[in-house]
Write a protein that binds this ligand. Structure first.
Ligand SMILES: Nc1nc2c(ncn2[C@@H]2O[C@H](COP(=O)(O)OP(=O)(O)OP(=O)(O)O)[C@@H](O)[C@H]2O)c(=O)[nH]1
Ligand SMILES: [Mg+2]
Length: 500
């Protein structure tokens, strides 16, 4: 069990409560608590979820930067696979009986087909990879809910239960069951939060949209999905996942570059004909001296959109290197903004997200406890935790998520300030005032508390008002934390005095 909790101050506060509680509980409740503690010390667990064949595993590979998740029809795509950082690449098969054993990745570095047990006796796979991307986040690839029904659905649900954040993969349109799946996920992880701090969406297969400029069309479609699902998702980003995977994992080789150059050198009319459909593209034709095997590989790696884009680039500049081509295709795929968002939304905010999820798990353990004593002890501890100033910080984090997702609008300057208050590491960062001494910081906290109180009362909407009250209280607590300096500055009750 992880006795020490890594992570930021919020995780440490919740961890401390768990450790104090543990010796006072019965065996079953304390074993459940151990799991909460263990998770607090692990990197954030991000589940990639969505419908069957939406491109979940493709997105997983693009984010990890290696083709480790299978994207074909092999059986392991029906299993939940947790990709975690580890010093040695290996896959651990976890049986439904709780047993574990290791198998190597297959020759291509992908999770193997041969797992040594029938699939219905495997609970999930733990895949350890040396990829740096996995140091700060564990990525859980989930199978889409499919016709095989109950067992698979159950496993997928277990994976989502374990997850602390979700990246939901859509294609084209979000359907009612997508929205329902997301609502269910949020209800299990952080039901008390009014804002989606732990969920983002990806509109994948952007390249397949039927529009003259599919990527631009995907951008506006993603924006409208983000508006429609703003209660469930921080935002939705468009992605050409296959292009992202191929370019991020080094799968576009010099040989592929050579085939693309040959295609770019064809007469424009002939090239256009070839790109008319996947069938036409790989059809043997004595007039086209580009090997079919090479074309097939390109189709698998880039699909028609990527091939068209690459050959257009080469037709303009035949001297483009394969490396430069890879870079331009990567840029087109939309992966960079997604990576930034995963790093930022789930990296910087991981402390708040993990602490919120752990607190939810703690409440759940309390409600499910077999003995009345356990239930009471846990309820008291949760209550006590909620009274702590740091617990209010969880609400500030949630308020910041509501504002940054655009669900509630506040003037730009206030939004920047709120983000700083939510995610700054200490009072100096939170107040953005490295030049001030402790007394100056206390003064500033008090001034900002009053300013937000004024904003709360002066004509803001009810949603803005709720945010402003949370922020006001956040500043008051910060002012109190600044201790003695606050005493010297405090010339009145900031709760009562809205004057700036
Ligand atoms: N053209 C195109 N194809 C894609 C894209 N993303 C994924 N694919 C293809 O879609 C197919 C399914 O992708 P996967 O990543 O296996 O999808 P999945 O959601 O993991 O599928 P299951 O796990 O079986 O539910 C594969 O052939 C991918 O190459 C994309 O952005 N564009
Ligand atoms: Mg998959």
């Amino acid at each position: 069990m992880g006795q020490d909790t890594a992570g930021g101050p919020l995780c440490r506060t919740v961890g401390q409560t768990c450790r104090e509680l543990r010796p006072r509980l019965s065996g079953l409740s304390s074993a459940r608590l151990d799991r909460v503690l263990e998770r607090l010390s692990d990197p954030l667990q991000l589940a990639v979820a969505g419908r069957l064949k939406a491109g979940k595993s493709t997105v997983v590979n693009a984010l990890i930067g290696r083709r480790v998740a299978a994207t074909d029809v092999r059986e392991c795509t029906r299993l939940v696979t947790r990709f975690r950082y580890g010093p040695v690449d290996r896959v651990e098969v976890v049986g439904t009986d709780g047993g574990r054993y290791a198998v190597p990745f297959d020759g291509d570095g992908v999770v193997p087909t041969e797992l040594g047990l029938p699939i219905d006796r495997i609970a999930y796979l733990d895949a350890f990879c040396t990829s740096a991307a996995l140091r700060s986040v564990t990525i859980i690839d989930t199978p889409g809910p499919g016709p095989a029904g109950a067992a698979r659905g159950h496993r997928s649900r277990t994976a989502l239960d374990r997850a602390e954040a979700v990246l939901y993969v859509f294609t084209q349109t979000a359907r009612v069951d997508d929205a329902r799946a997301l609502t269910g996920f949020r209800a299990r992880t952080v039901p008390g939060l009014a804002s989606p701090i732990n969920a983002i969406g990806v509109l994948n297969k952007a390249d397949l949209l039927d529009a003259p400029e599919p990527i631009s069309a995907a951008r506006s479609l993603a924006a409208s999905q983000a508006r429609a699902l703003r209660q469930q998702l921080r935002t939705v980003l468009p992605l050409a996942g296959l292009l992202a995977e191929t370019t991020a994992t080094g799968c576009l080789t010099e040989a592929d570059g050579e085939v693309l150059r040959q295609l770019a050198a064809l007469a424009p009319g002939r090239r256009e004909l070839l790109l008319g459909s996947a069938d036409l593209f790989v059809r043997p034709d004595p007039a086209i001296a580009v090997a079919v095997a090479g074309r097939l590989r390109l189709l698998e790696r880039l699909d028609l959109f990527g091939i068209r884009h690459a050959t257009d680039l080469l037709a303009v500049d035949a001297a483009l290197t394969t490396g430069e081509l890879r870079r331009r295709l990567a840029e087109r795929s939309g992966l960079a903004p997604l990576r930034d968002l995963v790093g930022d939304a789930f990296g910087c905010h991981a402390d708040g997200i993990k602490a919120n999820v752990a607190l939810t798990a703690l409440r759940h353990i309390g409600r499910q406890a077999a003995t009345a004593r356990d239930r009471a002890v846990i309820a008291d501890a949760v209550e006590e935790l909620a009274q702590q100033p740091l617990a209010h910080q969880l609400r500030v984090v949630a308020a910041a998520a509501l504002v940054s997702s655009g669900a509630v609008r506040v003037p730009e300057q206030l939004a920047v300030e709120l983000d700083r208050l939510a995610h700054g590491g200490d009072p100096v960062d939170q107040l953005g005032a490295p030049h001030l001494d402790r007394r100056g910081l206390a003064e500033l906290a008090l001034r900002r508390a009053r300013a937000w109180r004024a904003f709360a009362t002066a004509g803001s909407s009810p949603a803005q008002g709720r945010i402003a009250h949370v922020v006001h209280r956040g500043y008051v607590l910060l002012w109190q934390r600044l201790g003695d300096a606050a005493e010297a500055v405090g010339t009145g009750d900031p709760d009562q005095d809205p004057a700036p």
